[in-house]
Design a protein around this ligand. Structure first.
Ligand SMILES: Nc1nc2c(c(=O)[nH]1)N[C@H]1C(S)=C(S)[C@@H](COP(=O)(O)OP(=O)(O)OC[C@H]3O[C@@H](n4cnc5c(=O)[nH]c(N)nc54)[C@H](O)[C@@H]3O)O[C@H]1N2
Ligand SMILES: Nc1nc2c(c(=O)[nH]1)N[C@H]1C(S)=C(S)[C@@H](COP(=O)(O)OP(=O)(O)OC[C@H]3O[C@@H](n4cnc5c(=O)[nH]c(N)nc54)[C@H](O)[C@@H]3O)O[C@H]1N2
Ligand code: SF4
Ligand SMILES: [Mo]
Length: 725
């Protein structure tokens, strides 16, 4: 039986797969034991690739909304009509009248990754949004402020660490994020087997917490105070050892002074963590030779996400754990997209620094842009708020690889906004909660039908690796690749006239991948190329991460400023909240109505789900209902609730009903539900998912709760009220 080897592109772990097949049928999907990186590991979602390939609901040809329902049309008609509609709107109202939203699979898909930016540029709009602002803007912000470029993200070297502090991440379920590490469970166990320790800080006793050596509950959204107290302790107890980096860091004294008020005792009440526990953690982290402090979605989707990620980096720097084996390190990816501005810089041509922040602002709430995007929390208001003098709102949307109706705060409001658009185009494989509003759906070939090089996740991996996957199955002649869709639309939108006869030919992005490999760090001297990778179907491992500071810094002066002005200013915002006790949901917080009984809502993931879009794979959704509200027994008893009972959860923006699940895994005062459910909207074509509809957590999250510094949504710690139905 033939076997096809490829990387799974469903999550960040990029596991190697061995797929046996016959003709056009997948017979089995197992882990590729010869993949040096994933070593045979896979999770249950891998079989989802077969389900997606075979899914009768998956769209393969363009769909057009007509008075009598959806109509299948040809590709040329679809490209021409979409381009005409968008061009008309651009001519009449200007480019900003067209909005663009890119969802998560955009970065799991090299075709989209390499060609969608050209299309967005051809539209010329500033109204660009993505899932990054409900996910990892704070990581990019901190990397930019400290190291000079938002993509220069440090990765925890967990294979060589002896102390792993995990704050707001659940890698046993998520399989790791901003840390491509297939088989986290065994890597975590290896830390323990070599005498190391794993500590988790999380308002829920997660699957990762259960395997760790220690777990501490923390009140949602208060990590900034924990982290400030840790930095304060490092200074106060003389634990600062910045080692090799001492020569390149600035601002140590200013930082020491700025954190002085935040002693462990001062933050205890807010965080719910004892001062002793905070001191102990700090001593352990500082005392371990090889240690790393790592934070992920839980600390990013907060009111002070930017400060949290900055502080996590600062803690690693001050304890000598940045750019050292076993600490936070930088990758040397085979294709490196981060410029090296210091190369060739001189007095005449000074270093060109990154400046894509605050160059323009959103029309209604005046949020600053970051990385060429605006916060998705303000997308709905940009559609729904009438034009202001000299500035038009969004009248048309293009979505690609995204389901923002389920994945962004106050999804109901966005639902309403999308329904009012003059034109909407979705590049997507499903007719779902978001794309049901489209006038055109353009479905690309996907998964097993496509070639893939993981530009993003090799750059975020705990080892330097590279792998190229060829398509397993040929796409049908009437299907298009994502890059063909973006390129066809780009060519039509770039000029005022488009002539298919004279238009330049489309360029397969594989050429860019080949060039990237050849000119990358393993290219010229190590002769890496596409050809070389094709000969290595199990992928290549170039070894562990290497220290590379200060050379890798892209800051103007080649140094690290520990307390950049934007963060210093934001520290005042945090101090003020601590002083006046105005966290959302706190006694004096800005919750609705009576505050005495509110609970704080957080989210969770499940091993068998992938954000909002894999609930149509019957093998992944079978079993007990997973869309439940987890609640601590003390909170349940107080409300007379037992497991299985239907409850109504209310927030400022909406209400949902779902069964309660009483569990001591939740911190008292905190409730938790999964995100990505809510497949109960009319007009969607997801036959399996609608039978496991659940309700959407983002019908409760609040678009006005935002990290003002970075523009990231605050999804954690939303005040809610829970009553019996
Ligand atoms: N409350 C709460 N909300 C959250 C989160 C949370 O933890 N809590 N997590 C946030 C995070 S981290 C993220 S990343 C976002 C995700 O938010 P989104 O990216 O908006 O949502 P997804 O569910 O990933 O939707 C993926 C879409 O891509 C489509 N798709 C799948 N494969 C392909 C393909 O090959 N090509 C194309 N064109 N389309 C494809 C699917 O049909 C689906 O419509 O959600 C965020 N929302
Ligand atoms: N199976 C599966 N895997 C996935 C996904 C999926 O949907 N399903 N999604 C993928 C995506 S898009 C991403 S971005 C990654 C995310 O990867 P992770 O960040 O590892 O995953 P999460 O489950 O979101 O973990 C966030 C943790 O933060 C905790 N938390 C919530 N609020 C707070 C808080 O205020 N403070 C602290 N300290 N902790 C808090 C939550 O309880 C949760 O355990 O996972 C990816 N992998
Ligand atoms: S862990 Fe992620 S990459 Fe690995 S098989 Fe599961 S979904 Fe695919
Ligand atoms: Mo994400």
């Amino acid at each position: 039986m033939p076997v096809h080897y490829r990387a799974c592109n469903l999550c960040e772990a990029i596991c190697g797969l061995a797929i046996t097949y016959e003709g056009n049928t997948v017979l089995s999907i197992t882990g590729d034991k010869d993949d040096p990186f994933s070593r045979g590991h896979i999770c249950p979602k891998a079989v989802g690739l077969k389900d997606i390939y075979e899914d009768p609901n998956r769209l393969k040809q363009p769909q057009k909304r007509t008075a009598s329902g959806w109509e299948t049309i040809g590709w040329t008609q679809a490209f021409d009509e979409v381009a005409d509609r968008l061009r008309q709107i651009r001519t009449e109202f200007g480019p900003n009248a067209i909005g663009y939203y890119a969802g998560n699979p955009s970065v799991h898909n090299s075709g989209t990754f390499l060609t969608s930016p050209g299309f967005v540029k051809a539209i010329g709009t500033r109204n660009v949004f993505s899932a990054s602002s409900v996910d990892q803007f704070p990581h990019h912000f901190a990397a930019w402020q400290l190291f000079g470029h938002p993509l220069l993200l440090p990765i925890p070297d967990i294979d060589r660490t002896d102390y792993w502090l995990i704050i707001g991440g659940n890698p046993i379920v998520s399989n790791g994020s901003i840390m491509t590490a297939p088989d986290v469970a065994n890597r975590l166990r290896a830390i323990q087997e070599r005498g190391g320790k794993v500590v988790v800080i999380d308002p829920r006793r997660t699957e990762t917490a259960k395997r760790a050596d220690e777990h501490h509950f923390i009140r949602p959204g208060t990590d900034v105070f924990l982290l400030l107290a840790m930095v304060q302790t490092l200074f106060a107890e003389n634990l600062v050892r910045s080692g090799r980096l001492t020569a390149v860091i600035d601002g140590l004294d200013t930082l020491c002074e700025a954190v002085q008020p935040f002693t462990p005792d001062v933050v205890t009440e807010q965080t719910g963590m004892s001062a002793d526990a905070i001191r102990q953690l700090t001593h352990e982290l500082a005392g371990a030779d090889r240690a790393v402090c790592y934070g992920r979605v839980g600390v990013s989707v907060q009111q002070f996400g930017g400060l949290c990620l900055w502080l996590i980096n600062v803690i690693n720097i001050l304890t000598g754990h940045l750019d050292e084996p076993g600490g936070m390190m930088f990758t040397t990816p085979a294709i490196d997209v981060i410029p090296r501005p210091r190369l060739g810089a001189s007095a005449e041509t000074p270093v060109k620094t990154y400046n894509r922040y605050g160059r323009y602002h959103s029309r209604v709430s005046h949020y600053p842009d970051f990385m060429g995007e605006l916060p998705v929390s303000c997308l709905a208001e940009e559609i729904l708020t009438p034009d202001s003098p000299g500035e038009t709102g969004i009248r048309a949307m293009v979505t690609s690889c995204g389901n923002p109706v389920l994945s962004t705060p106050n999804g109901r409001q966005l639902d309403e906004g999308l329904a009012q658009l003059e034109c909407m185009v979705s590049i997507d494989i499903y007719l779902n909660e978001t794309t049901r509003h489209a006038d055109y759906i353009l479905p690309p070939a996907t998964g097993l039908e496509t070639a893939h090089y993981d530009l993003t996740f090799h750059a975020l991996a705990i080892r330097n690796t590279a792998r190229y996957s060829t398509p397993l199955f040929e796409k049908r002649p009437d299907q298009k690749y994502d890059w063909e869709i973006f390129e066809e639309l780009r060519l039509r939108l770039e000029g005022d006239v488009y002539d298919s006869e004279t238009a330049s030919p489309l360029q397969d992005p594989v050429l860019k991948i080949d060039a990237g490999l050849r000119y990358g760090p393993y290219g010229n001297s190590h002769t890496l190329s596409l050809q070389a990778l094709l000969a290595q179907p199990h992928g290549l491992d170039f070894g562990p991460l290497q220290p590379q500071l200060p050379d890798r810094l892209t800051t103007a002066n080649g140094r690290i400023n520990l307390l950049p002005p934007l963060l210093l200013a934001d520290l005042d915002r945090a101090s003020e909240v601590l002083r006046r006790d105005t966290m959302p949901g706190s006694a004096h917080g800005q919750s609705n109505g009576s505050t005495s009984e509110n609970l704080l809502l957080i989210s969770r993931r499940h091993l068998r789900s992938n954000n909002s879009w894999m609930h149509n794979a019957h093998r992944l959704v079978k079993g007990p209902n997973r869309c439940t509200l987890q609640m601590n027994p003390a909170d349940a008893d107080g409300r007379g609730l037992v497991t299985g009972q239907l409850v109504r959860v209310r927030s400022r923006v909406g209400a949902v009903e779902l069964p309660v699940e009483v569990t001591a895994d939740m911190m008292p005062g905190v409730v938790c539900m999964p995100h990505g459910y809510g497949h109960n909207r009319p007009g969607i074509q997801l036959d399996v998912a609608v039978r496991h509809a659940g309700v959407s957590i983002n019908d409760l999250t609040d678009e006005t709760f935002i990290d003002e510094l970075t523009g990231n949504a605050m999804l954690s710690g939303v005040p809610v009220f829970v009553d019996c139905v």
